[in-house]
Write a protein that binds this ligand. Sequence first.
Ligand SMILES: [Zn+2]
Ligand SMILES: [Zn+2]
Length: 358
Amino acid sequence: MSKSPEEEHPQKALGWAARDNSGILSPFKFSRRENGEDDVTLKVLYCGVCHSDLHCVKNDWGGAKYPLVPGHEFVGVVTKVGSSVKKFKVGDHVGVGVLVGSCTNCENCKQDLENYCPKMILTYGSTYHDGTHTYGGYSDIMVAHQDFVLKFPDNLALDAGAPLLCAGITVYSPMKYYGMTEPGKHLGVVGLGGLGHLAVKMGKAFGLKVTVISTSPKKEKEAIEKLGADSFLVSRDPEKMKAALGTIDYIVDTVSAVHPLGPLLGLLKTNGKLVQVGLPEKPLELPVFSLALGRKLVGGSNIGGLKETQEMLDFCAKKNIVADIELIKMDYINTAMERLSKADVHYRFVIDVANSSL
Ligand SMILES: [Zn+2]
Ligand SMILES: [Zn+2]
């Protein structure tokens, strides 16, 4: 058997990996392919800790390949570019998100929807065309095809901007696609975590009135004073929910636990739209009466294509949108994962990879 490019010309990498479904991460030495003519090699600076990382290291969704190096929202500085790379040069700040490859010629890919390509290659836990595993951004270096590398705008903070590459595009893409951006309209954001807090900021940047809908009244002060939401609705308060019936145009639902849709659909006006970006493990019940008697729409969405991800980064740079983060070192990651599983973070952990011992 011929050797893969990675085996013949490896670039040595240090990262942290989970070895089994305990999900415990520990130092891991591995190699990445040598920089090919279409490749960009980057030194990883900051990597966000996404809820998917937690699911994947514990194999919650099945099919995990260990050792598993997570991380799919990271920013770094370019150290090598291939001969065919024109967009990037050594020293540039760049980002890598959830995808590092796709088939490039299916109907989805041709419409810049690589995120719906049946052959998309995920940044970690997936397999490249040459059969080698993909490893994510909890590591010192990354090699990626130039088409899956994003320019990171100068005025975006590198650490707080990193989560835009997954959490940011996950809420931006459906808001654009479903037309949830008309200034003056009323947006409800359900769940105030990594995705939800960015949905609030994007909603305000689009000129919407934003209401956070949460089970936890404790979050009201921060939602309004810190994140800029206009109002707060406690979903467990039947009186307030009743008073809010039919007052909301769009809902971005970020909750990944099983929850009833009925009360949320009741908040929508006629022609209202609810988009689900949280991914509950079990199916949700769909109250069709509530949908039909108001011509309402329920949709789904999953991250975004590369072109739209770049558009989102540029939009966030213009509007000064970054995540609220807690910066950690790599050796804190197991504690961070534990805290993330209890939603104990405001609102995203970001690993200071370059200043961590790996
Ligand atoms: Zn993610
Ligand atoms: Zn494709």
